[in-house]
Design a protein around this ligand. Structure first.
Ligand SMILES: O=C(O)C(=O)C[C@]1(C(=O)O)C=C[C@@H](O)C=C1
Length: 287
C-alpha cells in the first residue's frame, strides 16, 4: 500500500468543507465592502511610486504584505495547511511547531497567490472602488490584505475539497484512473458540480445585496422601523402591503452585487478548480 494512503488522516466530509466555503463568502463580501469605502488609490499598487525610508523597491502593497506576513509567519500562520503566504523568505516561527493531522499530500507545493494577487489588483480593486486618490493608503492596503488573505484561503481550500473527493469510495477509482492518465479535461468534468455552483452564485447575490445595504438611511423609517424599501431588500416584500413603492431600478449597495457574483463566477470558482486539478494531478506522485 502507498506511503501516503497509510499516513493521511481521513479528509473532512465534502458537506463540512462546503459549509466552510459558505462561511468564507461572508468574510469575502465584508472585506470587499470594507475596501470599497476608499478610493482606488492606484499609487499603492505601482512599483516605485512611493518612497520608502528603508530603501524598499516595489509597490506599497507588496512592502506592506511582506511586513504583515513576516509578523504572521513568526506566530506560525503559514504552518497551517489552509494558509498560504503571498511573499517569500519569511522568518521562522518564534513558537514551536503545531502538529496538524496530515490530511493533504505535500500541502505547500501548490501556491497560486501570484495569480490571485494580479487578479485582485488589476480586476477587483478597480471594480469595487471609485476612481481617484483619497490618500488613505494605509487603510486601503490594510483592507487589501484582508481581501487577499480571504480569497487565498478560499481558493486554496480546493485542496481539501479535492482530497475529500479523491477519498470518496464512490469516485476514488475513477479519480485514480484519470490522475494516472493525466486527463485534465475529464478530471475537470468529474470534480465540477454545476448545481452547487449555480446555488452558490444565487446565494452570493442575495448576500451581497443584503450585506451591502446601508440600513441607516434608505431602508429605515424615522422611528427606526424597516420601511418599504428595506422590507423589499430583505425579502420581506410578501408581508408588505405597500411594496409597489419600491423601485425596480438596480439597488444601490456599498459593493456592487453583480461584481461580487462575476468575481466568483469568473475567478474564485475557476481558480478553486485549478487548485483542485493541480492537487489531484500530483496526488499520486509519491505512491
Ligand atoms: O463544492 C465543490 O464540490 C467544489 O469543488 C467547490 C466549487 C467552488 O469553487 O465553489 C468548485 C467546483 C464545483 O463545481 C462546485 C463548487
Amino acid at each position: 500500500m502507498s506511503r501516503n494512503l497509510l499516513i493521511l488522516a481521513a479528509a473532512p466530509k465534502l458537506s463540512e468543507l462546503r459549509d466552510t466555503l459558505v462561511r468564507l463568502e461572508d468574510t469575502i463580501i465584508f472585506a470587499l465592502i470594507e475596501r470599497s469605502q476608499f478610493k482606488h488609490n492606484s499609487n499603492i499598487y505601482a512599483a516605485n511610486e512611493m518612497r520608502f525610508r528603508d530603501g524598499y523597491s516595489g509597490s506599497f502593497l507588496s512592502w506592506f504584505l511582506k511586513e504583515v506576513e513576516s509578523v504572521h509567519a513568526k506566530v506560525r500562520r503559514y504552518q497551517s495547511p489552509d494558509e498560504y503566504p503571498f511573499t517569500d523568505n519569511l522568518p521562522d516561527p518564534v513558537l514551536p511547531p503545531l502538529e496538524y493531522p496530515p490530511v493533504l499530500v505535500d500541502p505547500q507545493s501548490i501556491n497560486i497567490n501570484d495569480e490571485i494577487f494580479n487578479m485582485y489588483v488589476n480586476t477587483v480593486v478597480p471594480g469595487i472602488t471609485a476612481q481617484g486618490d483619497d490618500t488613505n493608503y494605509g487603510s486601503s492596503a490594510t483592507r487589501d490584505i484582508e481581501c487577499l488573505q480571504a480569497l487565498s484561503r478560499r481558493i486554496h481550500y480546493g485542496k481539501f475539497v479535492a482530497e475529500s473527493k479523491f477519498q470518496d469510495p464512490k469516485t476514488h477509482d475513477e479519480y485514480v484512473q484519470l490522475i494516472k492518465e493525466k486527463n485534465r479535461d475529464r478530471l475537470m468534468e468529474l470534480l465540477t458540480n454545476v448545481h452547487v455552483e449555480e446555488q452558490l452564485l444565487k446565494r452570493l447575490k442575495a448576500k451581497a445585496l443584503i450585506y451591502g445595504q446601508d440600513l441607516s438611511t434608505a431602508s429605515l423609517s424615522p422611528d427606526g422601523s424597516i420601511n418599504a424599501n428595506g422590507r423589499a431588500l430583505l425579502g420581506l416584500n410578501s408581508l408588505s402591503a405597500s411594496s409597489s413603492e419600491v423601485s425596480d431600478d438596480k439597488i444601490k449597495t456599498r459593493v456592487d452585487y453583480d461584481l461580487v457574483v462575476s468575481l466568483y463566477r469568473d475567478y474564485v470558482i475557476p481558480l478553486t478548480k485549478e487548485v483542485e486539478i493541480e492537487y489531484l494531478l500530483h496526488r499520486l506522485d509519491n505512491n
